[in-house]
Design a protein around this ligand. Structure first.
Ligand SMILES: *Cc1c(COP(=O)(O)O)cnc(C)c1O
Length: 402
């Protein structure tokens, strides 16, 4: 354990125990690599749940952050700042959106969208007051606030935290017919992840998004895609919606929007829905602050200019194919899109946690999700040799464990 025990003890003694991290205490990172306090190095195959798509401590983003930190960090939205407008313009141009609402965390972006689509339902669609319904999907993950965990189907996220706001209906994921059947006269929106990450990298059937988009158009509903994890290159496209050739009405981005330097999220919208929010009706002290905007502008630039999205597609294929060649009776399925990859074990293997711990000992960090699935989602700057490093270790740990 070396130096690590001391830091672990402090965390355990003084911190809330709302996480059960692997016992590795990291102190620095560069690209796909991180080092612990004993100077052991690990390949990071979680990338902070895809917040570090651009790689740890990307030098260009770091420089943008330092430059802006010396000029101006926070004005609040009581005043304007010279980073916000350019951030809006660049983000809209990149994602083909009309309007942006800047927030900080992913959960805040989700909360913002719930408010916006409800208000749109009342003002534009004429739904009776306080009756708006939003359809969500089973096994969703959209964050940790009260309204969001209220429509979670995960007991550990939800149990003991009620009462919750009403107005949400949950349906099976990946089933367009279930969606069509759940629509009522008060439905305003479908909120869905293009691929469910936390649920264990669950990929819907081909054409699912196209079908739900079509159903939304037919019933005049807002399609909200939560791309907080799947967006910004993770699946080999800028946004995962591109795989289905559609455009959501509202898209949520966060996580990699800052390349891991700072919490920045945003709701991307067409004009009509965002138009219902007027001065004083929504806001956030830190939302759209100049430091966040400067960091996000550079994080988006490096993602595009340094070819990270194409690299995610190429290295994702290579990683996935490599995993598929591993022969071990514990493996139930390997699946993924771009660099969002899940390796599901049979329950008899005893859960993914044990293997993430063994992989840590081998110099690879990853996280089990939904008990039996190991998720591999490294920074998008990973090279072929680094994928080989990962494959070699995953193969060894799985096949050598009885
Ligand atoms: C991480 C995540 C969120 C929540 O983001 P926070 O910044 O942790 O609040 C919401 N939706 C999805 C799909 C996510 O992966």
């Amino acid at each position: 354990m070396g130096q690590q025990r001391h830091f672990i003890d402090l965390e355990e003694r003084y911190g809330a125990h709302n996480y059960k991290p692997l016992d590795v205490v990291l102190t620095r990172g560069r690209g796909v690599w991180v080092w612990d306090v004993d100077d052991r190095k690990y390949l990071d195959c979680l990338a902070a749940y895809s917040a570090v798509n651009q790689g740890h401590c990307h030098p260009r983003i770091m420089q943008a952050m330092l430059d802006q930190a010396q000029k101006l960090t926070l004005t609040s939205r009581a005043f304007r700042n010279d980073q916000l407008g350019p951030f809006y313009e660049e983000l809209c141009a990149l994602t083909n959106s009309h309007k942006v609402l800047p927030m900080n965390s992913g959960a805040e972006a989700v909360e913002s969208v719930i408010k916006a689509v409800r208000k749109w339902g009342y003002e534009v669609k004429g739904i009776p007051h306080d009756q708006a319904e939003i359809i969500v999907c089973d096994n969703n993950f959209h964050g940790r606030t009260i309204s969001i965990v209220g429509f979670s189907s995960d007991d550990s996220a939800r149990k003991g935290f009620g009462p919750f706001p009403a107005g949400f209906t949950s349906i099976p994921f990946g089933n367009a017919r279930a969606f069509a059947e759940a629509i009522t006269e008060n439905t305003v929106a479908l909120l869905v992840e293009p691929l469910q990450g936390e649920a264990g990298v669950i990929i819907p059937p081909d054409g699912y998004l196209k079908e739900v988009k079509h159903i939304c158009e037919k019933h005049d509903l807002v399609l909200v895609l939560d791309e907080i994890q799947t967006g910004l290159g993770r699946t080999g496209r800028l946004l995962a919606e591109e795989h289905d050739g559609i455009e959501a009405d509202l898209t949520l981005v966060g996580k990699a929007l800052s390349g891991g330097f700072y919490p920045v999220s945003a709701v991307l919208s067409n004009s009509e829905v965002m138009g219902v929010l007027r001065p004083g009706e929504h806001g956030s002290t830190f939302g759209g602050n100049p430091l966040a905007c400067a960091v996000a502008r550079e994080a988006l630039k490096v993602l595009v200019e340094e070819g990270m999205i194409d690299n995610a597609a190429r290295m994702g294929d290579y990683f996935l194919q490599g995993l598929k060649t591993i022969r071990d009776p514990k493996i139930k399925e390997v699946r993924g899109k771009g660099l969002m990859i899940g390796l599901e074990l049979y329950p008899e293997a005893g859960g993914g946690r044990k293997y993430s711990e063994l992989l840590k000992e081998e110099g690879l960090l990853c996280k089990d999700t939904h008990k039996d699935t190991l998720r591999f989602a490294p920074p998008l700057v990973i090279t072929r040799a680094e994928v080989d490093y990962a494959l070699e270790r995953i193969d060894r740990v799985l096949t050598q464990d009885p």
